[in-house]
Design a protein. Structure first.
Length: 339
């Protein structure tokens, strides 16, 4: 929703001091729920923020009382249908089933030209102007064409199967194999079913000083959660882990698995978790049993505890969720113990 409509909605909810922040990315105001959610029944120091979003749903958060959600969820807290109908009429959220077929954003050639081929000649041949976008999407992350990585998606490396990932899961996640560099190709798909980036994970120790994971240029990992496109309310709780293979193993075990694509939960990812969480479900934080994982677990818990119901599950003996069996994951999630 744009800034004028956000301000109008807040005015209809009795808030008259809404204004843009200095970066012009959010509308700031007093909390419209201060009367019921704030201790003194008022918000004298404006602490309520609404993201301006011209493409997707705008979300809001109060830094004082901790309330967070979409504008439609906020509208439903008011009496009557006036504000709900206002959001329906002015929200920018589109029919994604239609949009997904022609989402249209393409690569910025100058930022990610190495993705097009295995050598300079191939890359120059594929440098066609139709791949260069006029604008980026709302998260300023390159949206890729599937054909860019289709050449890697024709086979599943044995390494993946040895890690306990089934062929069904590998196909569902569209995993592939870069034979030349012996790396597993793992696409990242957002909740709008767009390919927003991909990782190449080395099989064994990487050579020439390269890291274990390589991500495409322009992919802002902190804006996405691996597995966000497959969240299913029927699976209930969201299980937050660090990596992609961890999230796949959790998903195979019957739960919604979300990977942070790193060792620290960003504010954008925390907001997405709030939006994705099915009604009546909780978040289960389950990080690797190492120093980085323990720190990540604590930071994620601190960031989420005031926004939703979340608990932590503790691994042992240096384990990560990806090395556990499905039975062990199920036992750990249900009882915080596993054999």
């Amino acid at each position: 929703m744009n800034e004028m409509n956000i301000m109008t909605m807040l005015y209809k909810m009795g808030v008259g001091n809404a204004k843009l922040n200095h970066r012009k990315t959010h509308v700031m105001s007093s909390c419209p729920l201060a009367r019921t959610n704030h201790g003194q029944g008022s918000d004298k120091n404006p602490s309520f923020s609404v993201k301006i979003d011209h493409i997707d749903k705008s979300v809001c958060h109060c830094f004082a009382c901790g309330y967070g959600g979409t504008l439609m969820q906020l509208a439903k807290t008011s009496d009557g249908d006036e504000i709900v109908n206002f959001v329906k009429d002015h929200e920018n959220y589109k029919d994604l089933s239609r949009e997904d077929k022609t989402f249209g954003k393409r690569l910025d050639w100058n930022r990610a030209k190495w993705l097009f081929g295995d050598n300079d000649k191939q890359r120059e041949t594929l440098a066609m102007t139709e791949y260069i976008p006029e604008v980026f999407d709302e998260d300023k992350v390159i949206v890729l064409e599937w054909k860019l990585i289709n050449k890697y998606l024709k086979s599943i490396p044995q390494y993946i199967l040895n890690r306990g990932i089934t062929k069904e899961t590998a196909k569902a996640r569209r995993l592939g194999y870069n034979k030349q560099f012996r790396r597993v190709v793992i696409p990242s798909i957002d909740r709008r079913n767009r390919l927003v980036g991909y990782a190449q994970r080395s099989i064994g120790e990487p050579k020439d000083g390269y890291p274990k994971y390589l991500f495409n240029t322009g992919f802002l990992k902190m804006n996405f959660l691996f597995g966000e496109n497959l969240v299913d309310a029927k699976r209930g709780d969201l299980v937050l882990v660090e990596g992609q293979l961890d999230a796949m193993k959790v998903y195979q075990s019957g739960f919604n698995g979300l990977g942070m694509l790193g060792s620290e939960l960003s504010d954008v990812q925390a907001r997405k978790i709030v939006e994705l969480l099915p009604d009546g479900a909780k978040v289960i934080i389950m990080m690797d049993d190492d120093e980085a994982g323990k720190k990540a677990s604590g930071k994620a818990y601190d960031k989420l505890k005031d926004k939703l119901y979340c608990i932590r599950r503790i691994l042992r003996d240096g384990h990560d969720p990806g090395c556990l069996t499905e039975k062990q994951i199920q036992d750990l999630i249900k009882t915080n113990e596993y054999k």
